[in-house]
Write a protein that binds this ligand. Structure first.
Ligand SMILES: NC(=O)c1ccc[n+]([C@@H]2O[C@H](COP(=O)([O-])OP(=O)(O)OC[C@H]3O[C@@H](n4cnc5c(N)ncnc54)[C@H](OP(=O)(O)O)[C@@H]3O)[C@@H](O)[C@H]2O)c1
Length: 263
């Protein structure tokens, strides 16, 4: 069945690749971007690829932008937009953590509530939250971001049960990517060095931290978005999506193992 799908943060990375994959499968895709500039670039890319995408700007932190989806008959909302922030919880400015939660949790939820109104009334729909494996496993120096994904995964799982109780054929699922090379992780890791000055508790550890995180992501990161895009397509097209869609498989297995071992 062809679906009408809105995806946020579709100007780059996983969101952009998912938008094209879903459009190629014949779905009607509303690919939204944070800025007008990204929207223009995405329209041009779609034209070059002969892909049918309806592109418009939707900054999820802007209430006016969010309200623009109220009258759309969406079958699927893919909450993909996200931002990263890093640094030790011992010293990161709380305002930076608040900013991450503003995008990854509060604005995502506010948009979801608007989409849910229509879905519940029409008795049909699916909401996907693109969370992260970082929302299941605490990772040092990445928790300003990780905590937001823990909140998103926990909230999404509970929302799924709440909505199930209504029996309105509306479904909630989590997409949990592992580390995938889109540039997102590198930008997130680098961010802390813009504010960690000589007075940082970790000033004498910077080279070691850089080496460790560089090695972890070099070893972990999948070079393409293909595996997670396949999971997003699967969840989008499922009649009754399961709770979690994780990729790459090996990273998902690693998280499960770590939890069994009590890490
Ligand atoms: N790559 C990974 O390893 C990985 C792993 C786990 C989970 N994820 C999650 O996957 C999602 C996509 O990440 P990605 O790797 O594809 O990185 P990405 O290319 O940076 O994608 C994130 C997108 O969200 C957009 N965005 C940020 N704030 C927004 C806002 N207020 N309104 C609308 N859009 C906004 C970004 O726009 P700008 O470019 O303008 O900032 C960007 O286009 C994110 O939720 C991320 O947390 C990624």
């Amino acid at each position: 069945m062809k679906r009408t799908i809105l995806i946020t943060g579709a100007g780059t990375g996983i969101g952009r690749d998912s938008a094209f994959a879903l459009a190629m499968r014949g779905h009607s895709v509303l690919a939204t971007t944070q800025t007008e500039e990204q929207a223009r670039a995405l329209r041009e890319e779609a034209a070059q690829k002969n892909a049918v995408l309806q592109v418009f700007k939707l900054d999820i932190t802007q209430d006016q932008d969010r309200q623009s989806i109220a009258d759309l008959s969406l079958d699927v909302l893919i909450n993909n937009a996200g931002v990263g922030e890093s640094g030790s919880l011992a010293e990161v400015d709380i305002e930076r953590i608040r900013q991450v939660f503003e995008v990854n949790v509060f604005s995502t939820l506010a948009l979801t509530q608007i989409a849910l109104r229509g879905m519940i009334a029409r008795q049909r729909g699916t909401v996907l939250f693109v969370s992260s494996i970082a929302g299941r496993l605490p990772m040092p120096f990445l928790m300003p971001y990780g905590m937001s994904k823990f909140a998103l995964s926990a909230g999404g799982a509970a929302l799924r049960e709440e909505i199930d109780q209504l029996g309105k054929n509306v479904h909630i699922a989590l997409i949990e990517p592992g580390a995938i090379f889109t540039g997102f992780n590198q930008a997130m890791m680098a961010r802390k060095y813009t504010w960690m000055g000589p007075s940082s508790y970790f000033a004498g550890h910077v080279e070691k931290i850089k080496r460790q995180e560089g090695q972890v992501f070099k070893w972990l990161e999948a070079s393409s978005t293909d595996s997670i895009v396949r999971q997003i397509v699967k969840a989008t097209e499922a009649k009754r999506p399961k709770l979690r869609y994780v990729a790459p498989w090996l990273q998902g297995f690693g998280v499960r193992l770590a939890r069994i071992l009590g890490v």
